[in-house]
Design a protein around this ligand. Structure first.
Ligand SMILES: [Zn+2]
Length: 138
């Protein structure tokens, strides 16, 4: 009993029915951890893990999922996109001239865009014009 490096590949340790793999051996089985799935733009998609992968001593382990059952990560919903856009708008819109820039403006230091601050003309391609009240009145 001196901590011999046993090969646990495929051995049921008695804590479940899932096979246990060593790091690096799971690839052959078309399995991936949640993190690996994420890197591939995938998610488990409701499937139960089919195996466990662990490193020496089992101190670290991760669940393995089948690649063929994985689903693509859901694209952002419109609501989420709108919320994100609103958050961005707050950082890109000048409170003084109401132009919305395509970049964040120095709200914290200047409190407005450069043009409102010191007259530096803004590049017309760098913002979208504010809604014109005159148009609505007409
Ligand atoms: Zn401005």
């Amino acid at each position: 009993m001196d901590g011999q490096d046993e090969d646990l590949t495929g051995v049921d340790l008695g804590d479940g029915t899932l096979p246990v793999y060593r790091w690096r051996q799971a690839g052959r089985e078309k399995l991936a951890t949640r993190r690996q799935l994420r890197e591939m733009g995938l998610r488990p998609g409701g499937q139960e893990p089919v195996a466990r992968i662990e490193c020496r001593g089992g101190r670290r382990f991760a669940w393995l999922y089948r690649l063929d059952l994985a689903r693509p990560i859901r694209p952002m919903t419109l609501a989420k996109e709108a919320a994100l856009d609103a958050a961005m708008a707050a950082r890109q819109t000048c409170p003084r001239c109401a132009r919305r820039y395509f970049h964040c403006i120095p709200l914290r230091s200047l409190g407005s865009c450069l043009e409102c601050h010191d007259g530096t003309p803004a590049d017309p391609t760098s913002y979208t014009a504010p809604p014109t009240p005159a148009l609505r009145a007409a």
